[in-house]
Design a protein around this ligand. Sequence first.
Ligand SMILES: NC(=O)C1=CN([C@@H]2O[C@H](COP(=O)(O)OP(=O)(O)OC[C@H]3O[C@@H](n4cnc5c(N)ncnc54)[C@H](O)[C@@H]3O)[C@@H](O)[C@H]2O)C=CC1
Ligand SMILES: CC(=O)C(=O)O
Ligand SMILES: [Mg+2]
Length: 625
Amino acid sequence: MSNFSNQIRASTSLVRRLKRSIGAATQARSFTTTEGHRPTIVHKRSLDILHDPWFNKGTAFSVTERDRLDLRGLLPPNVMSADQQIERFMVDLKRLQVQVRDGPSDPYALAKWRILNRLHDRNETMYYKVLLANIEEYAPVVYTPTVGLVCQNYSGLFRRPRGMYFSAEDRGEMMSMVYNWPADQVDMIVVTDGSRILGLGDLGVQGIGITIGKLDLYVAAAGINPQRVLPVMIDVGTNNEKLLKDPLYLGLQQQRLEGDEYLSVIDEFMEAVFTRWPHVIVQFEDFQSKWAFKLLQRYRNTYRMFNDDVQGTAGVAIAGLLGAVRAQGRPMIDFPKQKIVVAGAGSAGIGVLNAARKTMARMLGDTETAFDSATRQFWVVDAKGLITEAREDIDLDALPFARKLKEVDRQGLHEGASLVEVVEQVKPDVLLGLSAVGGLFSKEVLEALKHSTSTRPAIFAMSNPTKNAECTPEEAFSIIGENIIFASGSPFKDVDLGNGDVGHSNQGNNMYLFPGIGLGTLLSGSRIISDGMLQAAAECLASYMTEEEVLKGIVYPPISKIRDITKEVAAAIVKEAIEEDLAEGYREVDARELKKLSQSQEELLNYVQNNMWVPEYPTVVYKED
Ligand SMILES: NC(=O)C1=CN([C@@H]2O[C@H](COP(=O)(O)OP(=O)(O)OC[C@H]3O[C@@H](n4cnc5c(N)ncnc54)[C@H](O)[C@@H]3O)[C@@H](O)[C@H]2O)C=CC1
Ligand SMILES: CC(=O)C(=O)O
Ligand SMILES: [Mg+2]
């Protein structure tokens, strides 16, 4: 344990291969006669048929065919005609041609994604080998920012299905549908309902792209076996008017289910996956805020699940915020003195606020007074401006952070004050954006931040993808000056400050935590994912950065180190699960043995490392069923 981590503890008492063998040995025979008279006889079902270019019809399989061939849930729900399929393909092809001529950047990224995606479909070992060896170059393609563009264009890009689709039409069927997935063991599921994909809003069924991107990182960073990951899309409809009217949209064309109807679908899904795979871990991803918190509360004490946007983001933000304190040359225990303005009070913003307040309060002694005092360090601005107790219909999750009217009055502020006004008056140490509004940290806002009382103001422009970042590092360094800390959710290049120095652009993204949270939970065999485990993950990330790096303004590791940091985070999770008596062991390592090996950090790290899948070809032998 590093000094830094000890300091935290002391000062705060912080305290798939998919069963491709199915049918592989069976040979398909086809008796082709006059079209429409005799059926084609196949000796394959399920994914094998979708992966067979001779018999695959993709989205054109009829509902009855889907039932006969065990395809329910393996395809998006909307059945397409062959003409529609061709139209969709041509629209996509022509759009790409036009865009290649007119503007190179997006199509280039999409073209790279397509090439990688085809490799993913042909050869997973090679795909992950390529990804891992070039993670700095390709993470931005398979993950943010390009994955956002992929989701926006998914109906056009869709070729081969990957993952499972559970739709509102599948109610009552999910318990049997889960058996259509060919893998008997699934370790990690990433699920979305597509309601808030990155900062791009409701993308309906097209949101499956983000679950695939996140699971790519699970394999690359955490070494989760690719045969044991499952991307899931729960299609309860969409409120995206454009998609509702689009004849080529692949999802259910109805308004989203709400209330108990919505909950019953998610409940049924959870029950089904945990019945088939009792040890699976489910990561909720990009659910709109109004459901993110409710679902987390509903399931977190019963199932092995977490919400990445609420909890993963919070941990990453805490690590960065602590790094920003150290970068000022101050002890980390000064964190509770930081004045923090947060723009955005959705699932991510509120998640960060709750966790940051808790960390401060612990540092101050964990009393009620400490909690109150910590709360006063935050000013929250949403679409309606500064949140105060005068806000009508205030969101219950934001209520604890509503500023008292008397206080804001003294500060020359008021209910609904603009972000510029707030930054001008508060002169914060940190300006953190999780608003999904690109350019929100305008010239005026950044000018106002020049008057920060901090010796080294920190700007966290965390919204994704790139175009939604609240500001760019060039803007931040050029307007505020060299002596700042900058982090963004999607990657930006470092800034050449013109004097031989570099302005570091950190990537503050939950990718530094979620793979380790999943891996650590798996290897500990913990029944649930506790706050303590998440706190341990955040502390581990914070302590990963050396004093020298932090003083240079580097508060997050480079993505090239993602496997290493993930291993450390996983070990921290395992250790905490053992301490909280939640660990039940993994495979042949039972709880007692786990406890024993966790006495030595080296042994614990070896245990984690030895359980990480590596993309190397195994020797393949054939055996008849
Ligand atoms: N860097 C990272 O690791 C992560 C980044 N994010 C990003 O955070 C963003 C927000 O995600 P959610 O909280 O789930 O979304 P959300 O839609 O629930 O919340 C957005 C919030 O921003 C506020 N907002 C809108 N316009 C604003 C304005 N002009 N000024 C101030 N606030 C404004 C809204 O009122 C709302 O409170 C997304 O872009 C997402 O990509 C989310 C999770 C992780
Ligand atoms: C990074 C992430 O989870 C998001 O932007 O939603
Ligand atoms: Mg997310």
